[in-house]
Design a protein. Structure first.
Length: 329
């Protein structure tokens, strides 16, 4: 199986330098309303994608629906692709410590923090890279906590046949309305499921519009997660990261995924899911913001103000001479 081809994609963004279009980003995007109904498509929205880290909201809901009452920052770190600051690491360690789980149980790879200041501080201390600093460690810690709470084995928690992964698959199917066409493994070692871009948008919209007072337990947990993300943008990514900017400046539910995936849901439930075909992450946020503004879900002036913090400028000797911008028609 494979994702969509260049023939099925459309131009979504360009990189302009000194008035010259230097690069073009092709991809596909879909916009759904709060009820999950498709209101706009660009390119092939029925193509299969690996959501990569945009799977994390579904994985977090599965953990929370397995008897683990994560709230606030603890829920946010479960769905985060964090930058490894000391505050992020403290949240991950707190989840593990309260459940009596050693850090050695984390099956994500050892890494340095993505945050430069945090990485430099560890180097000065003579520390070594470790799984707890890895960008997905919050998700892995939450998975381990769910295993401990349900007497599921900690060892092998990333195996697709493990009870936790079966629970996650059930949540994915319930929220997206699709049965995944293929299962692979993400960079952190966790299973990742392929489904359509439309299903991804629909699933994220259902999480983002859920409420903590829902009569249905799983949607209550999804509501607590959505609330936690919007209240703790710093946890979901980190200083200057696109997800954090979108959450803190515009009150969005936002999550990027590797290889050019971006999902963003506005306060009214309008949701964008997109994939940049070449795998680049740089245009995802600005394309998603423009699509939400086009749909009337965001104020255009507020979008332009937030965009100034997304590191879109093209530089020459430190001075802006161009910009990455949305270019779809």
């Amino acid at each position: 199986m494979e994702t969509f081809t260049l023939a099925d994609a459309v131009e979504l963004a360009v990189v302009e330098r000194s008035g010259f279009i230097e690069s073009r980003h092709a991809g596909s995007a879909v916009v759904v309303n709060g009820e999950g109904e498709v209101v706009r498509t660009l390119g092939d929205s029925t193509a299969l994608v690996f959501p990569r880290s945009a799977m994390k909201p579904f994985q977090a809901v599965a953990v929370m629906a397995s008897g683990v009452a994560l709230r606030g920052e603890d829920a946010a770190i479960a769905t985060a692709s964090h930058s490894g600051t000391s505050r992020h690491v403290a949240l991950v360690q707190g989840l593990l410590t309260r459940a009596g789980i050693p850090e050695q149980a984390l099956a994500c790879p050892a890494a340095w923090p993505e945050d430069q200041a945090a990485r430099d501080a560890l180097v000065r201390l003579g520390a070594q890279k470790a799984p707890v600093y890895m960008t997905c460690s919050g998700k892995h810690a939450a998975m381990l906590v769910a295993c401990a709470a349900n007497d599921w084995p900690l060892e092998g928690y990333l195996d697709p046949t493990h009870p936790l992964q079966k629970r996650i698959l059930d949540v994915v199917e319930r929220f997206t309305g699709e049965r995944p066409a293929q299962t692979g493994f993400d960079g952190c070692g966790a299973p990742v499921h392929a489904f359509t871009l439309t299903a991804l948008a629909r699933g994220i919209a259902r999480i983002a519009t859920s409420r903590p007072n829902s009569p249905f337990a799983i949607y209550r947990e999804a509501g607590f997660l959505a609330e936690a993300v919007r209240s703790n943008g710093w946890v979901v990514a980190g200083p200057g990261q696109s997800d954090t900017v979108l959450i803190e400046r515009l009150g969005l539910f936002a999550k990027f995924g590797a290889e050019g995936i971006m999902v963003v849901s506005a306060p009214n439930g309008t949701t964008v899911a997109l994939k940049i075909l070449d795998g680049s992450l740089r245009p995802g946020a600005i394309v998603a913001l423009n699509l939400l503004a086009d749909a009337g879900a965001l104020d255009r002036d507020a979008v332009n103000k937030a965009a100034a913090e997304l590191h879109l400028d093209v530089l020459a000797a430190g001075h802006p001479v161009g910009r990455t911008r949305a270019s779809y028609v």
